[in-house]
Design a protein around this ligand. Structure first.
Ligand code: A2P
Length: 286
């Protein structure tokens, strides 16, 4: 990967720009509009939001303003949103997609994800629930209303169950992935099924940036620890989704193509032990 316009190719052939701009915890309104516009002007071509972030209206407006400012067309930017947990099931997923699309003000989405799997700790019928939701996703995809479909926070057990009934396999699994949390089993299961792994919180929500190894590797490359974390994701073949609402950081986080981590750097970062910062899909209370 040499620039923000370089892409991974998803199963089915859709091209997805290799770094996405994250918007979790970005407030709706001016902050969402301005950070998304700034990101597109800075060269990001991939924006990630979700129904539960409650910022789709601002993100959609930011996309329109960014496209206008950068002289781009709708198809030049890749937009993802996600179905919230209260919207699972066939009919409610179809309705939720319409509401998301309307809030974003877009004719189509590039990628739509099931945000969290229904799981056994909350749903006896979790397999059926995920299968019903997925049928709605397959319909949205077949109807051309979304170019690619996928999942988020699915562990291998949730993925295997979904694949048993799926006509179209998920193209993406977006999970927590950052230095100190390697997700080996999930990465392996995704690779086997031809699923691209996207990394949420690639900066560990900012918490891993002071780690001495990150600081040292960054210094050696004349980079920031955030740039090293993003680069590390890319060199693992994952798609990082760094979030920032700070203009200088939005610009700086995109500047990850002028250096390459060595095998030694990668091994030193791989050896970090930080663990999960977000929720475990098998025990989240939502
Ligand atoms: P802010 O949005 O105020 O700039 P993640 O993407 O792993 O969830 O991390 C997002 C968090 O990391 C946010 O709190 C964001 O703060 C912070 N952050 C983003 N980029 C940088 C950076 N380059 N240096 C330090 N903190 C950053």
């Amino acid at each position: 990967m040499n620039s923000l316009t370089d892409t991974y190719t998803l199963a089915g052939g859709v091209e997805i720009p290799c770094v996405g701009f994250g918007t979790w915890q970005t407030p709706d309104g001016d902050v969402a509009i301005e950070s998304v516009r700034t990101a597109i002007e800075a060269g990001y071509r991939h924006i990630d939001t979700a129904s539960i972030y409650k910022n789709e209206t601002g993100v959609g407006e930011g996309v329109r303003q960014g496209l206008a400012a950068a002289g781009l067309a709708r198809e030049d930017v890749f937009v993802t949103s996600k179905l919230w947990n209260t919207e699972r099931g066939y009919d409610s997923a179809l309705a939720a997609f319409d509401a998301t699309r309307e809030r974003l003000g877009l004719d189509y989405l590039d990628l739509y994800l099931i945000h969290w799997p229904a799981a056994a700790h909350q749903h006896e019928n979790w397999r059926e629930l995920n299968a019903d939701t997925w049928r709605a996703f397959e319909k949205l995809h077949a109807d051309g209303r979304v170019r690619a479909i996928g999942i988020s926070n699915f562990k291998p057990s949730h993925l295997q169950a979904l694949l048993e009934n799926a006509k179209v396999a998920p193209m993406v699994n977006q999970v927590e992935f950052h230095p100190g949390f390697l997700q080996e089993e999930t990465r392996e299961a995704c690779a086997k099924a031809g699923i691209l792994l996207e990394a949420w919180s690639p900066l560990g929500q900012g918490k891993l940036l002071g780690d001495p190894t990150m600081v040292e590797v960054a210094k050696r490359h004349g980079a920031t620890p955030a740039q090293v974390a993003i680069r590390w994701c890319l060199q693992h073949g994952a798609l990082p989704l760094p979030k920032s609402a700070t203009p200088e950081r939005i610009v700086s986080n995109a500047n990850v193509f002028g250096f390459e981590l060595t095998g030694e750097d990668m091994a030193a970062i791989d050896a970090l032990e930080i663990g999960r910062i977000g929720g475990d899909p098998d025990s989240v209370p939502f």
